[in-house]
Every structure is written in structure tokens, then in C-alpha cells.
Write a protein of this length. Structure first.
Length: 118
């Protein structure tokens, strides 16, 4: 059974950085990708970035391209989201999720709050 636990959220000023971690357990060879989603206040959930678990290739939403970096440590079964040059509009609850097929995320973490003040 796959379990995901996020950490690293907090309150930061605009322009500063945060690194989120997603500690995974129970991942198998059938894991396709790990993704980071976010749910801004009063808005819909959006996919921020993904990393293919086998190949290590990544994808980014246009809104974070060049500012966010996803990476993984296979030995620790942990995925990181480095967020630089943060903006107030990045304020959201951030979730990591695991998929067993493209665009099919079926295991979710509990989320971690990121608040960026102007």
C-alpha cells in the first residue's frame, strides 16, 4: 500500500524559497509518476509538476516553469519540490500524489500549507 507524507510548508515572504518533501512508502515497479498539486484558496486544484518514477523526466505548469524544480532521491523514496522566487499567488495547500498510469493519480498525501506574503 502506497503512503505519501508531505512536509516543508510554511510562511515565507515573496521572493524567498521553500523546499517541500514527499516521503513515499510502498512504491512498486508499477508506480508511473509522482506529481505535486496545489489547491489555492477559493480556486480549483491544479497540477504543478510531475516526475516519471522510472525515467526521471519531469513536466511543469507554465505558471511555475523556471521557478520550481522537482527532483527525487530514489534511495530515500522521497520527492522534493524546490520553490524559488515565490509569489503570493503560489499560496496554496500543496499535495503530492502517486499514479500508476498517465494522469491517473490514485494515492494522495495529506497536504502541506504554503503561504507567501507580499
Amino acid at each position: 500500500q502506497v503512503k505519501l507524507v508531505e512536509s516543508g510548508g510554511g510562511l515565507v515572504q515573496a521572493g524567498h524559497s521553500l523546499r517541500l518533501s514527499c516521503a513515499a512508502s510502498g512504491l512498486t515497479s508499477s508506480t508511473y509518476a509522482i506529481g505535486w498539486f496545489r489547491l489555492p484558496p477559493g480556486k480549483v486544484r491544479e497540477l504543478v509538476t510531475t516526475i516519471n518514477w522510472r525515467e526521471g523526466t519531469s513536466w511543469y505548469a507554465e505558471s511555475v516553469k523556471g521557478r520550481f524544480t522537482i527532483s527525487r532521491d530514489n534511495a530515500k523514496n522521497t520527492v522534493y519540490l524546490q520553490m524559488d522566487s515565490l509569489k503570493p499567488e503560489d499560496t496554496a495547500v500543496y499535495y503530492c500524489a502517486a499514479s500508476s498510469a498517465p494522469r491517473s493519480y490514485n494515492v494522495w498525501g495529506q497536504g502541506t500549507q504554503v503561504t507567501v506574503s507580499s
